[in-house]
Write a new protein. Structure first.
Length: 135
């Protein structure tokens, strides 16, 4: 892959749900990815915190990109776990994923999700997932 960001961006822009929810592919490398979401009212649950489903989506997709890039192409998440550490309160979520172990047919990735509110950045979730090639 000569241009990793262009490759990843093409895939990201083809994801209808990512576009619908308003996510952004911030950066990526050969084994990592950072996604972000500008928090809107429709991303929140009844108590005013960002809904766990929105947090989970962001972590899952960041993991899939980190693992897919580490594996050299399109990929799918086959297993995913998330721990919510604190309510996500802020104007922006940022998910930072890294492939921790990658072979030819599988990558194990971890992700930290932060809630950003002004200058404050708080870890709100930790996730781990297993990624495999899509083909």
């Amino acid at each position: 892959m000569d241009d990793i960001k262009a490759f990843a961006l093409k895939i990201f822009q083809s994801q209808a749900f990512s576009q619908f929810i308003g996510a952004e592919l911030v950066t990526c490398s050969k084994d990592s990815a950072e996604l972000a979401l500008a928090v809107q009212d429709h991303h929140k649950q009844q108590h005013g915190f960002v809904h766990g489903g929105a947090i989970s989506y962001l972590a899952d997709n960041a993991i899939t990109f980190a693992g897919g890039l580490a594996l050299g192409g399109n990929a799918l998440t086959v297993e995913f776990k998330i721990n919510y550490i604190r309510p996500a309160i802020g104007t922006r979520l940022v998910a930072k994923a890294q492939a921790r172990s990658a072979g030819k047919r599988m990558a194990i990735c971890q992700c930290e999700v932060y809630a950003i509110d002004g200058e404050s950045q708080k870890l709100c979730a930790l996730a781990q997932g297993t990624v495999v090639p899509a083909t």
